[in-house]
Structures are given as structure tokens and as C-alpha cells.
Design a protein around this ligand. Structure first.
Ligand code: B12
Length: 254
């Protein structure tokens, strides 16, 4: 188990000391930052500070130095966002500050997306992705999309606040075998179930596999909503998409 002093960056150490109070979260976050290199910690610090210019410069520099895009995304950007999330939840910061951090995340992701998408593999399948109705959170969905594209999927991004009809229309238009829904709010998570019900009511459910995700989505919740699966992160989303595609083909061939 790592300790606070194993983290090189003083700003990050102060942030953890001051804002991360729950012991299990503190341990997880200290471990994650202690594993990250000082260069990655600097990216996290700039993101937590909402400094999109510095995140932009440091992310570009790290990639130019040959650091893997996935390492920059996980150890730099996502690590930083985990502290932002906790500060927001505990009311240490509010919507304007979180928006500045989200902008900084976007600045870093702009360098990472083309690398993850440029794998040049033959398309393995088409996925319709969107954040459900009433929900404007798109950072996690966008990360999943980046990873899916990097793994060779064609992804049609419906954006945020996506209605049931928009999901169904996109599936029909693109003849997509996979749908991915994201939701971060407990008030909007049930809209995943409503969308799945709409697929059933319109006789479309058998044609697609539906995956759901977002910070509070558990396997139990996904099962209750009638989804085909969930995953905790973008890497898991790709694994799930591959698995569901195989399952769908097997079912259609049977
Ligand atoms: C950034 C943020 C915002 C930004 C969103 C900017 C944007 N463009 O997305 C802004 C400031 C706009 C915002 C607004 C609000 N927010 Co907000 N927000 C967050 C915050 C801090 C981080 C979310 C995030 O981006 N995480 C990082 C990404 C990488 O993680 P992720 O989304 O979980 O995605 C990963 C996995 O879940 C998975 N995944 C995601 N989608 C999918 C889909 C599939 C198919 C699969 C398989 C996997 C998968 O893979 C992703 C990558 O690893 C969270 C706190 C938190 N800890 O989650 C609160 C949080 C979600 N927000 C919250 C709230 C309350 C709000 C507001 C209502 C605040 C307000 N009073 O106005 C509004 C609601 C606006 C709306 N209608 O949607 C609450 C929700 C509480 C709840 N349980 O309902 C949270 C939890 C904060 C808290 N209080 O604790 N928010």
C-alpha cells in the first residue's frame, strides 16, 4: 500500500490531504497517484486546477515524448478527474469549477482521441452511443467512444440528452447491432430502462445488444433495466462490446 509521501507532486499531495476524507477513497487515490509518473501527476494537477492551456501543453509534450496515449489518459487525465469528482460531491467546488476541469479534460482528450482512433483495423461492428434523456454528462461516454473507435468499432455518437426515439432511429438508420447508453444521475438512470422498453415495444429489442454504463451503474441495476451488460470503464466497455457482438451473432445463427 502506497503512502502520501510516495507521490512526487506537492499540489496533488495537498489536494489529497485537504479534500479526500473517506479512508477507502484516500487509499485508492494515493495508490493510483503513487503509480503515476511525475509527468502524469503534473497533468492531473493542471486538470484539477481547471487549467486547460497547461493540460493541452503537457498532454502534447507527454505524447511527443513517447508516453502511451492510454497511460496519459488513465494516469494523467482520469486520475485528476477522480479528485475533481470527490471535491464536487463534498461541496468543496461547484458547477463552474467542474466545468473548467471538464474543459481541461477535453483539451487533453483532443490529443489522445486521434491516436486511439488511428488503429487502422477493419471495422468490427457499429455502435450507437448516447447519454440518456435529461443527462448532460458526456466525459465518460466520450472516453468509451474513443476506446471503441480505437478498437475498430464504427461509433455514431448521439451526444447528450438522447431520447428513446433518437436511439431507435439511429439503430435503424445505421443497422447497428450494438447500443451503449450512459447516465450519471440517479434521476436519469431509469431512462435507460425506459429506452430498453421502447425497443421492446417497437419490436427492435431482438436485433440489438444493449450495454449501459456510468459511475453509479451496477451489474444489478443493468440487470433490472433489462440491459445485456455493463462495464466500469472504457476498457471494459470495449471488452463488453466485443463479447456482446459475438453473443448476438451466435444467437442469430442458432
Ligand atoms: C463533470 C461533472 C459534471 C459536469 C459535466 C460536464 C460534462 N461535459 O460531462 C457538469 C458541471 C455539467 C455537471 C452537472 C451536473 N452534475 Co455532475 N458530475 C460531474 C463529475 C464531477 C464527474 C463525472 C465525470 O466526468 N467523471 C469521469 C468519467 C471518466 O467517469 P464516468 O462518467 O463514470 O465514465 C466512466 C464509466 O462510468 C464508464 N461509462 C460511462 N458511460 C458508459 C457507457 C457504457 C455503455 C459503458 C459500458 C461504460 C460507461 O466508462 C467511463 C470511462 O472510464 C461527477 C462526479 C463523479 N464522481 O462521477 C458529478 C456528478 C455525476 N454530478 C452530479 C450532479 C448532481 C450534477 C448536477 C445535477 C449538478 C447541479 N446541481 O446542477 C448537474 C446535472 C446536469 C445534467 N442535467 O446532467 C452528481 C450526481 C448525483 C447522483 N447520484 O445523481 C455527481 C455524482 C456529483 C456528486 N454530487 O456526487 N456535472
Amino acid at each position: 500500500m502506497a503512502e502520501l509521501n510516495d507521490i512526487a507532486n506537492d499540489f496533488i499531495k495537498d489536494e489529497i490531504e485537504e479534500f479526500i476524507e473517506r479512508p477507502n477513497e484516500r487509499t485508492r487515490i494515493i495508490d493510483a497517484f503513487a503509480r503515476a509518473t511525475p509527468a502524469m501527476q503534473e497533468i492531473s494537477a493542471a486538470l484539477i486546477d481547471g487549467d486547460n492551456g497547461t493540460v493541452d501543453t503537457l498532454t502534447r509534450a507527454a505524447l511527443d515524448d513517447g508516453i502511451e496515449a492510454l497511460e496519459v489518459m488513465d494516469d494523467g487525465l482520469i486520475n485528476g478527474m477522480s479528485i475533481v469528482g470527490i471535491k464536487f460531491r463534498e461541496n468543496f467546488i461547484f458547477v463552474p469549477e467542474v466545468l473548467a476541469c471538464a474543459r481541461a479534460m477535453k483539451a487533453g482528450m483532443a490529443h489522445i482521441a486521434p491516436i486511439l482512433s488511428a488503429s487502422g483495423i477493419q471495422p468490427v461492428g457499429t455502435v450507437i452511443m448516447g447519454t440518456v434523456k435529461g443527462d448532460l454528462h458526456d466525459i465518460g461516454k466520450n472516453l468509451c467512444i474513443m476506446m471503441l473507435r480505437g478498437a475498430g468499432f464504427v461509433v455514431h455518437d448521439l451526444g447528450v440528452d438522447t431520447s428513446e426515439d433518437e436511439f431507435m432511429d439511429a439503430v435503424e438508420e445505421h443497422e447497428a447491432p450494438l447500443v451503449g447508453m450512459s447516465a450519471l444521475l440517479t434521476t436519469t438512470m431509469p431512462n435507460m430502462g425506459k429506452t430498453i422498453d421502447a425497443f421492446i415495444d417497437n419490436d427492435l429489442r431482438e436485433d440489438v445488444k444493449i450495454m449501459v454504463g456510468g459511475a453509479s451503474v451496477t451489474q444489478e441495476f443493468a440487470d433490472d433495466m433489462g440491459a445485456d451488460g455493463t462495464a466500469e470503464d472504457a476498457v471494459g466497455c470495449v471488452e463488453l462490446a466485443n463479447r456482446l457482438l459475438v453473443e448476438l451473432k451466435q444467437e442469430q445463427e442458432a
